[in-house]
Design a protein. Structure first.
Lengths: 309, 100
């Protein structure tokens, strides 16, 4: 296990200086929109919160953390805070394979296709798309979280944004529940799958849906993707723990203890695999983490986009 | 020996843990927690109720094992919100580190 104090100091300093937990300039990690054609004005802002874009970097950095956990080298993590943020962030960006970045960018491009097919009046402006700060909240650095959330909320309000379309459970929870509570700023927040409005028959026949903790328990949204898939002719196979009682994949512990995170992952993967159908994730953290088990996992948006084609 | 402070639970309210005294230590949270690790989070909640700040700070790193998955809160028979208590204790520990 790494020292939480050191990890929090590093992450908080990165968010303070670069507005993301890795310390890299936003133009390096948020490039998916360059290959997508989207209006810059509309009814609702597509707000990715940069979570899908971060997954390749999370995978790369946790691979290093895994190597050094519980070794004498682990203590040297604290010195990372003395490395200039941009330098560390640029280094991580260069070490992360382009193929992986492209794969996760494609998920966001699929989401725009789903919204277009559902005739949703949405727009995207990369300068308004920011990290929500949710990791700071989960780590207990309330002061840094509130400071960052106030910056993001003020930026959206200044741009006149009223409605947001989100793509992951962590950002959805932050904007829907935490921002009104801690910044006093409220937005109408919808996930992209709540807006799916078409039927089809092009996908799998049966899938195993892994409910993330934040959709299943905190936001109680599990029934929505199940209904969306039913409209697309896809049956969700029952999983031992789902909905309000879904099991965590272990992903949130990756930055503090990759070992612990893997233990939890193996238990959840066994539950999902025993259902005997292809596994579908709807959270970038769950997707990246479940893939580590070697199981075949696909994002919900990829499945819906295939049906939309 | 731990120093007991009966006012600590009240102090913790400003860190967002306002239902800790509802807990009667039944252990449902520890049984459902995916960590299955030495009575987590029950032991930490007990320390909070007793006001054993030193014990909390000595074992503070353990708080970050919590995945914030919310299963303990979902199943708590007393609605003591164990997940939020652990998050409140993390905030308390961070505030202490920053002060020191």
């Amino acid at each position: 296990m790494y020292s939480p104090r050191d990890m929090i100091d590093i992450i908080a300093a990165n968010v303070r200086k670069t507005r993301n937990p890795f310390g890299m300039p936003k133009f390096l990690c948020n490039r998916w929109w360059q290959d997508a054609s989207m209006p810059a004005e509309g009814d609702a802002l597509l707000f990715t919160g940069l979570m899908y874009q971060f997954v390749p970097y999370i995978e790369k950095s946790t691979r290093y953390l895994e190597q050094f956990e519980d070794t004498p080298w682990a203590d040297y993590v604290r010195y990372a805070k003395y490395v200039p943020n941009y330098l560390a962030g640029m280094g991580l960006a260069l070490l992360t394979p382009a193929k992986e970045k492209k794969r996760f960018n494609a998920i966001l491009q699929n989401i725009t296709k789903i919204l277009a097919k559902s005739k949703v009046d949405f727009f995207y402006r990369s300068e308004l798309d920011e990290y929500s700060g949710i990791l700071l909240y989960d780590l207990g650095d309330q002061e840094s979280f509130v400071r960052h959330a106030e910056f993001v909320a003020a930026k959206l309000k200044r741009a006149g944004v009223k409605t947001l379309i989100t793509v992951d459970p962590h950002t959805t929870y932050a904007l829907k529940v935490l921002y009104p509570k801690y910044t006093g700023q409220s937005f109408e927040v919808k996930t992209y799958f709540e807006l799916v409005n078409f039927t089809s028959n092009n996908g799998y026949k049966r899938v195993t849906l892994h409910d993330p903790c934040f959709y299943g328990r905190y936001l109680e949204l599990s029934d929505v993707p199940t209904k969306v898939l039913a409209n697309l002719g896809i049956e969700c196979v029952p999983v031992r723990n789902s909905g309000l009682f879904t099991s965590c994949c272990g992903g949130p512990a990756e930055s503090i203890s990759p070992k612990l995170s893997k233990e939890v992952l193996h238990r959840r993967t066994e539950e999902l695999q025993s259902a005997g159908a292809p596994i579908i994730a709807m959270c970038p953290i769950c997707l990246g983490h479940l893939e580590k088990s070697g199981a075949q996992v696909e994002d919900l948006s990829s499945l819906i986009a295939r049906c939309a084609a | 020996m731990a120093l007991v402070n009966p006012n600590f639970a009240e102090e913790m309210e400003r860190f967002g843990a306002d239902a800790a005294l509802e807990c009667f230590n039944c252990g449902t949270c520890a049984a459902i927690c995916p960590l299955i690790y030495e009575h987590f989070p029950r032991k930490m909640i007990r320390y909070l109720q007793l006001g054993a700040k030193d014990r909390i700070m000595e074992n503070a790193s353990e708080l970050w094992r919590c995945l914030h998955c919310g299963l303990c809160t979902q199943t708590c028979p007393r609605e003591a919100d164990p997940g939020e208590i652990i998050l409140g204790l993390k905030r308390f520990a961070v505030a202490n580190w920053r002060r020191s």
